[in-house]
Design a protein around this ligand. Structure first.
Ligand code: LLP
Length: 418
């Protein structure tokens, strides 16, 4: 592959500098379209909610809006970006286990459509702020179904001791929160939400989740009188990082979920009128590439290092989750792979290794190394460690690139310092 979005990779690197995050815009569009096209049912309303934590910026949010999707935001900052992007905030879902009182106020001021309540104290805070005003908000409750999909332990979010959500086993708390919202005129308690992990390859995990969630909604209605009509199943759909990964195709996972929902709904008298999923990674990961310039090459007794001009500051995932990536050298795609390299970043940290071991053609100083599948949780988890400036981000489509986030300058880096 010599091009991204129809534009030559070396030309991209020369025009915008490195490190650079380049998205193939048509691939982003294809993913959004694929989810919205396949996540459909004849009997239940469906919505795709883009989990913007995977990559949140104004240009991305505008694309999401173009495809009619809803948006998951998890902080005041993500919400602010959506608001500034002109996103219809009534289509945002505000998540998070510790939304501050200020963030809740901001959500009400911006007209956030749905708040996903994560715990009892947050429910109390929302009611304290909204009661007696002329504001209205839909409420979903994040429940913890105790399903563990097989993912890295930091990414798993639904085991019983998770910091997220109220356990389904904690019936007293569920009943208490239901009572709170039933007694408040300004909240419409419509749905329950769960998210069972990330980078999930097993579609059965989702059908299990559907069964549990629909049955739980029915139980809440029967025993607590809560009129739960929506179920949000969270995200977690896997992306392809290396040839070892076999993610479930979007159409297949959507079909699986939709049929499970229709079946479960018929057994609870069609109580559920709306189902939602919240993909983040699976929409943006594979469309993103990180471009680095190779600096020095270093040989040790057991390794051959190629150093690049970025690292854990623009992609923490290898260091944090031992995540594996594939890469290639631009312009040398067809050359024989003659050596095994370790790709190391430039941060002052031994753990700053982007790829432990990869076969490549001979790598030379000045080559452009392209890491694939970096579009999710790369830029969004970037840091200023070692005071490295954040890379620029471009969207490339039909041979044309547009810069959607500027490269940080040293001036930006110190702009808040007194
Ligand atoms: N909805 C909720 C409530 C979530 O907590 C998440 C992710 C998603 C949706 C989207 O999940 P996705 O489709 O992207 O897997 N930083 C980690 C991933 C953390 C995911 C946290 N929650 C990583 O780089 O792998």
């Amino acid at each position: 592959m010599t091009e991204i979005g129809g534009m030559n990779i070396r030309e991209l690197a020369e025009t915008y500098g490195t490190p650079l995050v380049a998205y193939d815009e048509n691939m982003l569009r294809d993913k959004l379209e694929s989810f919205t096209k396949h996540f459909r049912s004849d009997t239940i309303r469906t919505d795709v909610v883009y989990a913007s934590k995977a990559f949140n910026c104004k240009a991305m949010i505008s694309l999401v809006s173009e495809y009619g999707c809803c948006l998951d935001v998890v902080s005041g900052g993500e919400l602010y970006t959506a608001w500034k992007a002109g996103f219809d905030c009534s289509k945002t879902f505000f998540h998070g286990n510790n939304k501050t009182p200020d963030e809740i106020r901001m959500a009400l001021d911006c007209g956030v459509g749905t708040i996903v309540i994560d715990n009892v104290m947050e429910a109390q805070e929302l009611i304290r702020q909204i009661e007696g005003t002329d504001r209205q908000i839909r409420v979903f409750l994040r429940v913890n179904p105790g399903i563990e999909a097989h993912t890295h332990q930091y990414i798993v979010t639904a085991h019983v001791d998770s910091k997220f959500g109220i356990s389904m086993l904690d019936w007293d708390e569920i009943a208490y929160v239901t009572d709170l919202f039933e007694g408040c005129d300004n909240t419409a308690f419509e749905g329950i939400h769960a998210h069972i992990g990330s980078q999930i390859f097993d579609k059965q995990a989702y059908s299990e989740l559907v069964k549990k969630m629909f049955a739980f909604a029915a139980k809440m209605k029967d025993e607590l009188g809560a009129d739960i009509t929506s179920v949000n199943l969270g995200g977690g759909f896997a992306a392809l990082y290396t040839s070892k990964d076999h993610p479930i195709p979007v159409d297949e996972v959507c079909d699986e979920i939709i049929s499970a929902c229709e079946e479960a709904n018929s057994s609870i008298h069609n109580q559920i009128r709306r189902v939602l999923i919240e993909p983040g990674r699976s929409i943006v990961a594979e469309a993103g590439y990180n471009l680095y310039k190779v600096g020095y090459i270093k040989k040790t007794p057991n390794k051959l290092y190629a150093f690049v001009d970025g690292g854990m500051s623009d992609n923490i995932r290898p260091a944090l989750y031992q995540a594996e990536y594939d890469a290639f050298i631009a312009g040398k795609e067809d050359e024989e792979k003659t050596a095994t390299y370790t790709i190391a970043g430039k941060c002052c940290e031994s753990g700053d290794i982007l790829i432990q071991s990869i076969a490549l053609p001979q790598v030379n100083t000045g080559d452009i190394l392209v890491m694939k599948t970096t579009g999710a949780y790369g830029y969004s988890m970037a840091s200023h460690y070692n005071k490295l400036a954040l890379p620029a981000v471009v969207f490339v489509k039909d041979g044309q690139a547009r810069e959607v986030i500027e490269r940080e300058s040293y001036e930006h880096l110190i702009s808040l310092e007194k």
